[in-house]
Design a protein around this ligand. Structure first.
Ligand code: ATP
Ligand code: MG
Length: 504
């Protein structure tokens, strides 16, 4: 609450053109204990005085020369934002009272002055004014607190959105990781068949068992082997692939197990083999079906004992190597035919992963083509071209007997040949451009050999501009055979008929 002393310390301005009235009021207020009382007989000064001193109360005479009380009220209004003017109007005119209140005055006293009444009104008004100021102050405080609160909330909100943003970023990273997880670095697997292979590869990666990876030539067996290594606990160790089929039999043993100096002519120094080199990592035995039976026995021993003996050495060395094997041959039939040892076969195929041929996973084709195209372009430091619709269609329908590797070569060639920013049909290798459509594989239905043969012969003929001799030569059949075929298709007769028609 407002104390009486505070009220008496209220700043008061008396405005009256009559000096005598001013003195009267000053004395009455002074006697009542008001200490801060000033006065003016000049109404034009009020505005500046109020602006400078911010009185808590103005006692305002209404009838003044030059500028009347209403004009003063009007001028003061702009100094009070909320329109509250601490003005006590002093007037003799009853009609002025209401008008003064409407003009913003708080109260009025009548003339002739009842000084006791004036003091009482002054007290009331000051009290209200101070209360108002206090609530105003409180209000400002609350407002400030509110603003602070709002700022806090905004900051909180901002930090929350920052947190949300971080969360979103995290989710995106996870999604990216998941995407990467689905298709590890540059490994295309859109098809369900390939996805399954990758999923299985991932699962077996975690255990240390031997995995036999089968699949046609160029289908991506080594790529899958590398994935298994990368996703295994051995990923920090080496990954070594050895093509058993391409190394001469006599050299393979030394290549795999190493040799000591003088073990054979040319062995000028000790050399560790690939098993030792792959210690702590993974060794891929590629084309393992090509290995001789004698070598198979040695391989089997190494797999079972987890130790190797360098050629020409008596002692064995322990190796910590995970073995993966790959083959494009049917090892089971090799076992049946006696070229592959059954014990080795079982040892290798603890887990078998079959990489599907490219024609068995058409969904992978164009994504693969684009990746391989971009890889090739990067290697050749050329801009990455796009695929024209015709080229893409052709790629999609080709049978790809050489699988991904064949596609890889085709894309590299296309980058080299592409003149513009696009690979056109004519940039594709001829065998792909001209080969009969393997729609049979694409549609999943098998067509008769006769139909396929007919289509193939006709495309070959078209390729050679109808030159039968050349076509027969390329097809490696006699021209009589080709002639009979064409006749059976009804083409020879029809042509003659046409020619007759034309000449007629
Ligand atoms: N799914 C795939 N995504 C991207 N590139 C692949 C994919 N599969 C294979 N490749 C690429 O195709 C090429 C042939 O693959 P890889 O060498 O793994 O085949 P392979 O089955 O081992 O062949 P081969 O039978 O001739 O030994 C490699 O350059 C490989 O990176
Ligand atoms: Mg391979």
């Amino acid at each position: 609450m407002i104390g009486a002393n505070e009220v008496r310390a209220g700043k008061i301005l008396i405005v009256d053109d009559q000096e005598s009235d001013v003195r009267l009021l000053e004395r009455a207020l002074g006697d009542a204990g008001y200490t801060e009382v000033t006065s003016t007989v000049e109404p034009r000064e009020v505005y500046d005085l109020y602006r400078a001193n911010r009185y808590d109360l103005i006692l305002l005479d209404l009838v003044m020369p030059g500028m009347d009380g209403f004009q003063v009220l009007e001028s003061l209004k702009e100094l009070e934002v909320d329109g509250y003017l601490p003005v006590l109007v002093v007037t003799a005119e009853p009609a002025h009272k209401l008008r003064a209140l409407r003009a913003g005055a708080r109260d009025f006293v009548s003339k002739p002055l009842d000084l006791a009444e004036v003091v009482a009104r002054v007290h009331n008004l000051l009290e209200v004014r101070l209360l108002h100021a206090e609530t105003r102050c409180l209000y400002d405080q609350v407002r400030a607190e509110q603003a602070q609160q709002q700022a806090l909330e905004r900051a909180l909100l901002e930090s929350r959105t920052a947190a949300e943003r971080a969360e979103l970023e995290h989710q995106r990273a996870l999604a990216r990781a998941a995407l990467k997880a689905d298709e590890p670095r540059g490994l295309v697997a859109r098809s369900p068949a390939m996805r399954q292979v990758i999923e299985l590869a991932r699962r077996v990666a975690r255990v240390d068992s031997t995995v036999l990876i089968t699949g046609e030539s160029g289908s991506g067996k080594e790529r899958i082997a590398r994935l298994i290594h990368e996703e295994s606990t051995r990923s920090a160790g080496p990954f070594i692939a050895v093509n058993c089929g391409s190394v001469a039999e006599t050299l393979l043993e030394s290549e795999l197990f190493g040799h000591v100096r003088g073990a054979f002519t040319g062995a000028t120094q000790d050399r560790p083999g690939l098993f030792e080199a792959a210690d702590g990592g993974t060794l891929l035995l590629d084309e393992v079906g090509e290995v001789s039976p004698a070598m198979q026995v040695k391989l089997l021993r190494a797999l079972q004992e987890r130790e190797v003996r360098r050629v020409g050495e008596n002692r064995t060395r322990r190796v910590d190597v995970r073995i993966l094997a790959a083959t494009n041959r049917d090892l089971a039939s090799g076992v049946a035919g006696g070229t592959v040892r059954q014990d080795l076969y079982y040892r290798l195929k603890v887990v078998e992963l079959r990489v599907p041929a490219l024609r068995e996973r058409r969904e992978d084709l164009l994504p693969l083509a684009r990746i391989l195209l971009s890889d090739a372009a990067q290697r050749m430091k050329r801009p990455v071209p796009s695929l024209s619709r015709e080229a893409a269609e052709r790629l999609a329908h080709f049978a790809w007997p050489g699988n991904v590797r064949e596609l890889e070569n085709a894309m590299e060639r296309s980058v080299a040949l592409a003149r513009g920013a696009r690979v056109e049909l004519e940039d594709l290798p001829e065998e792909i451009r001209q080969a009969p459509s393997s729609a049979a594989f694409a549609s999943g239905s098998v067509r008769s050999l006769e139909a396929v043969e007919k289509e193939y012969i006709l495309s070959a003929l078209a390729l050679n501009d109808g030159n039968q001799t050349l076509t027969a030569e390329q097809l490696e059949i006699g021209s009589a055979t080709l002639y009979r075929r064409l006749k059976s298709y009804g083409l020879i007769g029809a042509r003659r008929a046409n020619q007759r028609n034309e000449s007629a």
